[in-house]
Design a binder for this molecule. Sequence first.
Ligand code: WTA
Length: 666
Amino acid sequence: MAEAGESHPKVVAEAHGVDTFHPPEKMLANHPSKPHLANMEEYKKLYEESITDPTSFWGRQARQMLSWQRDFQTVRSGSLTNGDVSWFTEGQLNACYNCVDRHAHKDPDRVAIIYEADEPGDGRELTYAELLRQVSKTSWVLKQMGVRKGDTVAIYLPMIPEALIAILACIRIGAVHSVVFAGFSADSLRDRVIDGQSKVVITTDEGKRGGKLIGTKKIVDDALKQCPDVTHCLVYKRTGAEIPWTEGRDWWWHEEVDKWPAYYPPETVNAEDPLFLLYTSGSTGKPKGVMHTTGGYLLGAAMTGKYVFDLHDGDRYFCGGDVGWITGHTYVVYAPLLLGVTTVVFEGTPAYPNFSRYWDIIDKHKVTQFYVAPTALRLLKRAGDEHVKAEMKHLRVLGSVGEPIAAEIWKWYFEVVGREKAHVVDTYWQTETGSNVITPLAGVTPTKPGSASMPFFGIEPAIVDPVSGEEIKGNDVEGVLAFKQPWPSMARTVYGSHKRYMDTYLNVYKGYYFTGDGAGRDHQGFYWIRGRVDDVINVSGHRLSTAEIEAALIEHHGIAEAAVVGVADELTGQSISAFVALKDGHETSEQLRKEFVLQVRKSIGPFAAPKTVYIVPDLPKTRSGKIMRRILRKILAGEEDQLGDITTLSDPSIVEKIISTVHASK
Ligand code: WTA
């Protein structure tokens, strides 16, 4: 956690008089049918029911939205206090059957996946029937490699259809997928493979992104040098590059799938059996394997897909998130496939070959819902409106996720991208919440730029005073955000460390789930997310922990101590600044600074590289040795006159020296 008193949200609930935007008339006029709810009254009624009678609400939804092989009697049991939440306990189902088979049976020729490759013009489409065949073959391959129900399979794949096929093949045989973002370094991949006890890893020869090649297989090889338990590596041929090969361990995807039949019967699993692990950063150095279970997670994904994004039959949904993060899990894979719509899988970047790439994709594939992080929107807005020529006339919903969206970006999204014809939904949620938790419902909820608006069904938010731990009732209040009731798609544990799960989320304020975010509730009950109150920073929508980056820096032999802080950045939201003190015998040099950045790239991945490294004689520490990051943040913000009492530092004179180092580098 952050030092006491330093990062409690201070902003007062949003001033009155902020513009409210109602679902655009033109969105409703162009709608192929109509939104799933008629108005806010319907939302309020259902919301009320979801909170006061969760058993009847969620029992009904679960039976409506999902196909069960065995019905459940218990809708919800356990509590936040005890950390033993369970949903649909006796129920049995198969996640892949729900995502693929039921649609393939009903409408085999419906397009499940539109693959838009890195190079414009490249790509292909897969129908639900074809997806079922490919997933089945891959299931056979995994089975043959010895994967059993409950085993974990690591997936290190770029954004290609095979990432989805691999995920679906795992869940078809009751295995647990652990997708590792293909931008992570070999060291990070190794840690995740070991922690999740994966024996099989799925990857590509190379990846292709923004016109550049990424040596995925080589990274996997490096990682696997230290993973003796991995018996098999399945390699999809993406570019055909020459790659290193370990006989007996490495197998070509195309050769293996060819050996097996095109149908594999889905394995039945229990509602509370694990579905996947996804590693995420927390306040301490080691990433946590957040575990989601089957029934509840699927329901959260399907329900938010339906109500938040207004998904209807025939829609073409494009979420720009990567499958390596939760947004990609829930909204590239699960939500659209559970609802039987078409999902766009985009391999490239918004800037390649030029800044109109997203808009061209939306036009070309007649996309109806688009979902992306504000960091991409900032980049594209800055590139200039002349790139937004595409008409995008099918767009009904524009989603935002991962970080607060500034009002001016929100308005640009609405006016320039959406031509005021699409409803902007700013969706707040986390890896741990599984699906959107505070969010407008497209076509229904009035919105205010910068506010994630209202709680989703089953979410009972509380604004808590971080000092007293008491809930602050009423409107026009600020504090930290917690939830008072369990919801179906909440994470059930941290893999191998339930205590960590309890301590991070459920023991902070007993009886509540603690989000780690500050938030305000304005005079009309709208929620405004202020950002993390712990040592988690958000760079371009990527969640990183300062402790993790510090741990990476300290691996360098020249560094005695390191402190990392996030600073506001116009383009990336926040950026990383590192302060390091050298070990004796090392001299400040440009070369060393470069090595430090490289060290982080190597330990975590390029996306975690500090933007600036300040080499300082020492860090500001209390007499008990605690690093005062607050002081570093203030110095970077140019608020040197507001450092507060520094006489408690073990060496107050260090502050002046740090200030001059920072000034000298500007
Ligand atoms: C932040 C990403 C403001 C928040 C889905 C949260 C947001 C963290 C929003 C989770 C939003 C996510 N407005 N902040 N709409 N959405 N966040 O686990 O700080 O990668 O705690 O999940 O992102 O990041 P994660």
